[in-house]
Design a protein around this ligand. Structure first.
Ligand SMILES: [Zn+2]
Length: 137
């Protein structure tokens, strides 16, 4: 009986010391070291991404330099018409649903993908467009 108790206590001791040792293996220090490793790899990745972003920005600015001639391919058809004259067409903004005289500064500012050419004032109103308050088409 006595030996049994001793062996049980011994095995318990071994068990506890083992668990303590295991706990020590994943000590906060090691956890921190592990996290630091992760942070370092993440920092490396961020650095690489930053480089990539800089690269892409450079490419973008290069492309933008090439853009102006491309945009001049789509000139705003703006024959000189005096405001009192009835223009031969109007320019509508598909997004804001406003329409302008072709020479209106606001018509020039419409993004090409929103710009719509409308044959007449009646047609514009029929399509749900509102006249611009600046050029009063
Ligand atoms: Zn206008």
């Amino acid at each position: 009986m006595r030996w049994e108790k001793i062996t049980i206590t011994l095995s318990l001791l071994v068990f506890f010391s083992f668990t303590i040792a295991q706990q020590k293996e994943t000590s906060p220090r090691e956890k921190i070291a592990e996290l630091e490793k992760k942070v370092m790899t993440l920092e490396k990745q961020v650095g690489l991404l930053e480089k990539r972003i800089i690269e892409l920005e450079r490419k973008l600015s290069e492309l933008e330099k090439r853009l102006p001639p491309a945009t001049t391919v789509k000139p705003t058809p703006a024959p000189k018409v005096t405001p009192t004259e009835k223009p031969s067409f109007y320019i509508g903004n598909a997004r804001t649903k406003k329409f302008h005289r072709p020479e209106c500064e606001w018509a020039q500012k419409i993004a090409p993908y929103n710009r719509v050419t409308i044959k007449s004032r009646e047609e514009a109103i029929k399509q749900g467009y509102e006249p611009c308050k600046v050029c009063r088409p």
